[in-house]
Design a protein around this ligand. Structure first.
Ligand code: GLN
Length: 236
């Protein structure tokens, strides 16, 4: 199994590395652009996306991260990592925040409210139930979590969540009428677009490794596809 990088600037990178270890996979801490050359896939952890962006800028990581995404290498963003991967972020305190982008969606930062409005919920995730086996739901840990308000046509929705009524009442930061209409029903909390995976919650803070297995399978499929095409080129 090829090495998996974990962006280790800030946030829950140790927990991701521990979850990978439980699956027998080595996670490599990534802090500098050149270190990305040694890994075949990348996890961007949760934390605080403004701080993470400042650190990424300080280490000149944005161009290398964008290149990594453009090359089609598998990347999974959890929570703040999802914000990093999104093409657009809205909501409070978003002003001017630099994003890696690539994932065709609009995320709303801190959608569910402040830190004390963090919560846990059992999320139905049909894709995990069918591919990874086990229970039909996944324990979602939402810590000052974002939500996805809009997705592009290439994006597969893997999980959504009903908007709590107090959030609907208080969320004055929903910016356009279209966003408001969407949010009145459910918001999206897990997506996949090709080799990009995004979850608004923190699987690394649970004992359930099915999301990590799912991501490793994605990475494996890409690696196998790459070696097949190398062979195909050789035969030609
Ligand atoms: N609220 C944080 C942000 O906007 C994300 C929270 C998290 O990663 N748990 O960056």
């Amino acid at each position: 199994m090829a090495l998996v990088g974990v962006l280790a600037l800030q946030g829950s990178f140790n927990e991701h590395i521990a979850a990978l270890r439980r699956l027998g996979v080595k996670g490599v801490e990534i802090r500098k652009p050149a270190q990305l050359d040694s890994v075949a896939s990348l996890i961007i952890p949760g934390g605080e996306s403004t701080t993470m962006a400042k650190l990424a800028e300080y280490h000149n990581l944005f161009p290398a991260l964008r290149e990594f995404v453009k090359m089609g290498k598998p990347v999974w963003g959890t929570c703040a990592g999802l914000i990093f991967l999104a093409n657009k972020a809205v909501g409070q305190k978003t002003g001017g925040q630099e994003l890696v982008g690539g994932l065709d969606c609009t995320v709303h930062r801190n959608f569910f409210g402040s830190q004390i409005q963090s919560f846990e919920a059992e999320l139905p995730v049909p894709e995990l139930a069918s591919k990874e086996g086990g229970p039909e739901t996944f324990p979602g840990v939402f810590i000052r979590a974002p939500a996805i308000l809009e997705v592009g046509p290439e994006v597969q929705v893997l999980a959504d969540y009903p908007v709590p009524s107090d959030v609907l009442d208080s969320n004055s930061t929903i910016e356009s009428p279209e966003e408001k209409i969407q949010s009145e029903k459910k918001v999206i909390v897990a997506v996949r677009q090709g080799n990009l995976l995004g979850t608004a919650f923190h699987p690394e803070l649970t004992a359930d490794t099915r999301w990590h297995s799912y991501f490793l399978k994605m990475a494996n499929d890409v690696a196998e596809g790459a070696s097949t095409s190398i062979i195909a080129v050789g035969v030609d």
